[in-house]
Design a protein around this ligand. Structure first.
Ligand code: GDP
Ligand code: IMO
Ligand code: MG
Length: 427
């Protein structure tokens, strides 16, 4: 059985949670490798409907060991809340593991995320305000506190004291807000530590052993490629890498052990937060897609901006991730549209270009060049075989395959696990 990295191919919310939940039924291990509780992965299965922020979406599979990898930043309060909610729904989380190297989101990260956003004024990034950016900044600045630190209370106190000194200086001197209490945070995080201790450990060996036993291993991406701090629409990005490469760094698995990279695309594009979205529809079609698909953020509830499928961005995403296969989700959302558009190039200063510019100023000047395809205007959410899809739906998929130079193996036509068409087997 292979190792598959499951990657958000656009601006996040492509349906990674659904696909992981589906594939995890055969998996030995599922590892989340990036982001934190900025992610919101929706899973609809026989246990119910869940919005997971930190627990891997493979948690419903009784045979899969779920790991929160070293590349994730963890808000312990959110994680504990999620575990409790899952347990209330009879989902067993006892075997879930947390990498001792994973960094923690601390109260000052959340506070600073909000203060930094306020300070940006009209140039705010539109972050989820979950403290993710400040937590990753501290990781790079070597000011982070890690899950493993929760296991040694004395060392935790010493570490927290020195870091909090630094943070309180910033909070009081730069932002003019009250300092945070060392005793309170320490007490709170000691409690979290007691609760999470049975899950925290070194996780790279367990992962490696599963690969050696030839079990199916899924690397669960969070966010999407175009939110990557290097290759996304910087600075309107997140702060850890959602790319397949991030899957190695965020788990400790070697790049030579990944067999397949599965790119998850929505049949159209969405984005939540600020930053360029070249095919954005600020008209009734955009509103129609948003309402029909209920495109509101899983984590923040903000309306998602909607636009046509952008094959320029998708081709870029395919290249930098090396997708070996793709999944297209939410195809059913198009059931009522008479005509569909795909962006096949950009017009920049009167010239056609087919690459995704690195500068947001350049991207803002790009006008999408559209190709039109007929819609199918019939419900498809009950269809389970590719051949049973209307001709126009198959033509749409075939055109996407051509444009992104990658086979589409899986098509999703509804939220539920079984609302899935395997055009060609993934496993
Ligand atoms: P993720 O962050 O990539 O896991 O995606 P989200 O869960 O944030 O957003 C995807 C949304 O689309 C969720 O509400 C899913 O339940 C829903 N979804 C996934 N696939 C399909 C599909 O094929 N059709 C429809 N209608 N909804 C889907
Ligand atoms: P999933 O895993 C969609 C976006 C935020 C904001 C930017 C920076 O559910 O696909 P951050 O809080 O990370 O500093 O915010 O990134 N963002 C996401 N958008 N889906 C996500 O995760 C996201 N995680 C972060 O909206 O624009
Ligand atoms: Mg999401």
């Amino acid at each position: 059985m292979p190792v598959i990295a499951v990657i958000g191919a656009q601006w996040g919310d492509e349906g990674k949670g659904k696909v992981i939940d589906l594939l995890a039924q055969k998996a030995g291990v599922v590892v989340r490798f990036s982001g934190g509780d900025n992610a919101g992965h929706t899973v609809v299965n026989p246990y119910g409907e869940f919005r997971l922020h930190l627990v891997p979406s493979g948690i419903f599979s009784p045979h899969a060991v779920c790991i929160i990898g070293n590349g994730v930043v963890i808000n312990p309060a959110v994680l504990i809340g999620e575990i409790d909610q899952l347990n209330q729904c009879s989902v067993d989380t006892t075997g879930m593991l947390i990498s001792d190297r994973a960094h923690l989101v601390m109260p000052y990260h959340i506070l600073l995320d909000g203060l930094e956003e306020e300070a940006r004024g009209g140039k705010a990034i539109g972050t989820t305000r979950k403290g993710i950016g400040p937590a990753f900044a501290d990781k790079a600045a070597r000011l982070g506190i890690r899950a493993g630190d929760l296991l040694d209370k004395e060392a935790l106190l010493e570490r927290l004291r020195s870091v909090l000194d630094n943070k309180n200086t910033i909070l009081t001197k730069i932002y003019g807000v009250s300092p945070l209490s060392l005793e309170e945070i320490y007490r709170q995080y000691c409690q979290y530590g007691e609760r999470l201790a049975p899950h925290i450990r070194e996780t790279t060996i367990i992962l490696q052993e599963a690969v050696d036993r030839d079990e199916l291993v899924l690397l669960e991406g969070a966010q999407g490629t175009l939110l990557d701090p290097d290759f996304g629409t910087y600075p309107y990005t997140t702060s850890s890498s959602p790319l397949a490469g991030g899957g190695c760094l965020g788990t400790g698995l070697s790049p030579t052990r990944i067999n397949h990279v599965l790119g998850i695309f929505k049949a159209y594009c969405t984005r939540v937060g600020e930053g360029p979205l070249p095919t954005e529809l600020k008209d009734e079609t955009g509103d129609l897609i948003r309402e029909r698909a209920h495109e509101y953020g899983t984590t923040t509830g903000r309306p998602r901006r909607c636009g046509w499928f952008d094959a320029v961005a998708a081709g870029f995403s395919t290249r930098i991730n090396g997708f070996t296969q793709a999944a297209v989700t939410r195809l059913d959302i198009f059931d009522i549209l008479p005509r569909l558009k795909i962006c096949v190039g950009y017009k920049l200063n009167g010239e056609s270009i087919d690459y995704f510019p690195s500068s947001i100023a350049t991207l803002a000047k790009c006008q999408p060049i559209y190709e039109e395809l007929p819609g199918w205007q019939a419900p498809i959410d009950h269809i389970r075989e590719y051949e049973d899809l209307p001709l126009e739906a198959r033509q749409y998929i075939a055109r996407l395959e051509e444009l992104i130079s990658c086979p589409v193996n899986l098509i999703s036509v509804g939220m539920r696990r079984e609302q899935t068409i395997f055009k060609t087997p993934i496993l």
